[in-house]
Design a protein around this ligand. Sequence first.
Ligand SMILES: Cc1cc2nc3c(=O)[nH]c(=O)nc-3n(C[C@H](O)[C@H](O)[C@H](O)COP(=O)(O)OP(=O)(O)OC[C@H]3O[C@@H](n4cnc5c(N)ncnc54)[C@H](O)[C@@H]3O)c2cc1C
Length: 526
Amino acid sequence: MTIRNTKHAIPQVRRSAPCTSPTSEPLLTDPVCPMPREHHPDGYRKHPRRPIGKRSAPERTADFREIWAPEWSPEALQDQGERCVDCGVPTCMSGCPIGNRIPEWNDLVHKEDWKEALQQLHATNNFPEFTGYTCPAPCEDACVLAVNDDAVAIKSIERAIVDKGWEEGWIQPEPPAERTGFQVAVVGSGPAGLAAAQQLNRAGHRVTVYERDDALGGLMTYGIPDFKFAKRRVDQRIDQLRQEGITFETSTEVGADLAADRLHDAYDATCLALGAQKHRELPVPGTGLDGVLPAMEFLPQENRRQQGQAAPGGVTATHKNVVVLGGGSTGADCVATAHRQGAKQVVQIGINQKPPSERPADNPWPETAQVYTKTYAQEEGGAQEFAVNTTELADLDGDGRVDELRAERVDWTYENGSRADKTVVDPDVRVPADLVLVAIGFVGPERNPFAHLGVRQTDDGTVATDDRLMTDVDGVFAAGDARMGASLVVWAIGEGRDAARQVDRYLTGDTELPASLQTANPPLGR
Ligand SMILES: Cc1cc2nc3c(=O)[nH]c(=O)nc-3n(C[C@H](O)[C@H](O)[C@H](O)COP(=O)(O)OP(=O)(O)OC[C@H]3O[C@@H](n4cnc5c(N)ncnc54)[C@H](O)[C@@H]3O)c2cc1C
């Protein structure tokens, strides 16, 4: 392969003419973005927090369309932007794993400069609609207003900016001006792989993304339900990436359909963005019964049906007593899918104590608040139980199918955030169950196709890397859930951006790609 090492210009934030303040308010400038910001310290007094809402629960459970209100008013969002007090130390930015320039876009939206707001958004995030629709928004917990008031509706503003960007045709392919001659393989097309691919391609490298599934997008496509994130949003980005010059090979599992050695020999560098979809096992008798399956064998079936495809496995919750094990967001997605499929009853069971409704003293602002909030799925119905420890899945009539979940109700004590001791409050909890969906977490990539080449995994099962995100094998990097453990879309995008930066530096000795994870926030547990 011919290697040509050219110095390349990275398309970064393109700034239009500086914003001018329509008022006589003082203008502020921050060191990250030297764009003048209007000071609007009393916006939050004028406008209450009004995020873009959801469709009503009865309406949305009757279909599989997105739960989010499809429309929003620009004027209302401009008022929401004005609620940002421009506090001087933007804790929202450090609450955001990718350091989004939140005060900038709040102000730009307030001033109706939506196009520049989009540029600022894309400066730190390749796919703001991925996060604008799915992120739990740790930035909002860290907003200064959240100390004693309602946070700025940051996630809604992000969504509105990127929605408008697509509607107005402002989001266009940005192919590199010149090519470096280097070739990079990205394995996995989730948000980490796609972000790495776009950054590397924009740096001028030739990028090929290998994906074992028949469709691109990772968990954005097969995992997250269509009603939480419509798949046309992945398609429009893939279209952009293709037009920028990225090559995609679907239905190609590296390590099975394509030997890892061949890949390693053919490319100048490789980024493993394999995800962490190996599910945690439920350590009780009865998990082998029919009707017991991991969440990730259930949710993608409905994704496929929504795309008009056959769903291998053919399991639905229709007319069934459904038990969802796991109190997290994967569990919530199972609950909501079961409701839409017409389940008779849905019970979501979590092993942990119910979180408090107010921040505890050891979880102060601006940390992500560890408090109970009703999930969108629970808004739609079903029972939710906490501190219930499953002990057995029982087949009562001997037909090989699950009929009942048996458990004990407990009271836990915690040490360093982990369950330590339990007091059994009720040893004989029984819940009728025709379908048990296990959503109790993930423990790393399902397979490590580069293991025989020397790519090591940690004791937690994730791919081990050094600070440069490089594995033990020269030129092989890792990013996203595969490296950090199951986390969030925003972290995956940030990891992809950071891995791209390291790969670019490895190939050319230097990089102009921006750093992403500027903050020291640990990833959120799932
Ligand atoms: C049901 C569910 C709901 C979620 N909801 C949210 C949410 O609302 N908000 C949020 O922020 N996060 C959510 N998450 C987490 C989020 O989806 C992940 O953190 C994120 O997708 C991780 O991105 P990734 O690119 O690292 O991995 P993935 O998205 O898992 O992508 C990895 C890709 O690699 C491919 N792959 C693996 N091995 C190979 C191989 N050998 N060859 C070729 N391809 C391979 C896989 O097929 C997959 O497409 C959810 C997760 C689940 C399971």
